[in-house]
Design a protein around this ligand. Structure first.
Ligand SMILES: Nc1nc2c(c(=O)[nH]1)N[C@H]1C(S)=C(S)[C@@H](COP(=O)(O)O)O[C@H]1N2
Ligand SMILES: [Mo]
Length: 325
């Protein structure tokens, strides 16, 4: 595949949107220095699993509003969140991703931005991430399979990143696409779902302050099995909306196609907001199994919009959420 890589010095962005140069260069040096020094490997020696040997610590800010204390829930142990995964590109079993994604090299990485925006092109991971402050946010995470975790993600409010592309009035939706490379993602050799994995949001959902472009978790860069180097997190929607290893972002006029809707439109809609009152055709969504809560796992009630109704319910005013599921 041939990609045109357009390099921009400062992205020609308004001064206010860009972190002072020294700050992000320091941060970049910190990240690179940390991996060059093999801090991940040292951590490995201290008893962390080998799969984290490549992880580099990230400098983040911690807004109190998104702390574990504010959420009032225990954070899922990192060992669980990084070894019980859905990432069909590396296999369909829960432990396939951690086993099969270890040789995946997420960097260098580029994202192609297209569609209804003034500032389109192909951007490197650095172009996309370095100008932003990284935030740590502890969010509930609810899979449509009725299990849940509580994860400290590290990332950038998606709106802050998208605004830099200057979407135009034709941008009604945002479409996302995962890397398609069966040599690097062996699960793609089987047609279990259509490849590449695609997802989408309405532009106002994408711009909602809760929606994040995630680059890390537990204070470190994203493990491969969790969608390195860049993935979405949309905490009021079922987990499959949170597409991993993103290589394309497109601003569209029409509602984008989504993988699970294409695979089974009766079971999976475009919106996929967490809704305990609307059962999946094959199981109830009223409760969730708390991952990491032991041999006899805790099953707790699932809240509407996964607990984020105050921030997002207004997006769906006047919509029948059983019809637009
Ligand atoms: N590209 C891609 N993204 C994906 C998936 C996938 O198979 N491929 N699985 C989704 C599902 S069903 C869930 S529950 C979450 C799991 O994220 P986690 O493994 O980081 O917990 O990723 C979502 N994003
Ligand atoms: Mo999921």
């Amino acid at each position: 595949m041939i990609m045109l890589i357009k390099r921009r010095e400062s992205w020609q962005l308004p001064e206010s949107a860009v972190t002072p140069r020294e700050v992000f260069e320091d941060r970049r040096r910190f990240i690179q220095g940390a991996s060059a020094l093999g801090l991940g490997a040292i951590a490995g020696g201290l008893g962390f699993p080998m799969r984290d040997a490549m992880a580099a610590p990230l400098a983040t800010v911690h807004p109190a509003a998104y702390s574990a204390e504010a959420l009032g829930l225990d954070v899922t142990a990192k060992e669980h969140a990084t070894s019980y995964n859905n990432f069909y590109e590396f296999g369909t079993g829960k432990s396939d991703p951690v086993e099969n994604a270890q040789d995946f090299k997420p960097l260098p990485w580029t994202v192609e931005v297209s569609g209804h925006a003034a500032n389109t092109g192909t951007f490197s991971y650095e172009d996309l991430v370095s100008p932003h402050k990284l935030e740590e946010r502890v969010y509930r995470f609810r899979c449509v399979e009725a299990w849940s975790m509580v994860v400290p993600w590290v990332g950038i409010p998606l709106a802050d990143m998208l605004k830099r592309f200057e979407p135009t009035s034709g941008a009604k939706y945002v479409a996302f696409e995962t890397l398609y490379d069966p040599e690097r993602m062996p699960g793609q050799n089987r047609s279990v779902i259509p490849w590449p994995y695609v997802e989408g949001l309405r532009i106002d959902e994408a711009m909602n302050p809760l929606t994040m472009m995630v680059v890390g978790m537990y204070g470190e860069t994203l493990p491969n099995q969790n969608g390195a180097p860049l993935r979405l997190i949309v905490p009021w929607k079922y987990g499959f909306k949170s597409i991993k290893s993103i290589v394309k972002i497109s601003f569209t006029e029409e509602e984008p196609k989504t993988t699970w809707n294409m695979a089974n439109s009766r079971e999976y809609g475009f919106y996929s907001n967490v809704n305990p009152e609307k059962s999946h055709p094959r199981w109830s969504q009223a409760k969730e199994r708390v991952i990491g809560s032991g041999l006899f796992p805790e099953r707790r009630p699932t809240p509407m919009f996964n607990g984020y109704g105050e921030q997002v319910a207004h997006l769906y005013d006047g919509m029948d959420l059983k019809k637009f599921f």
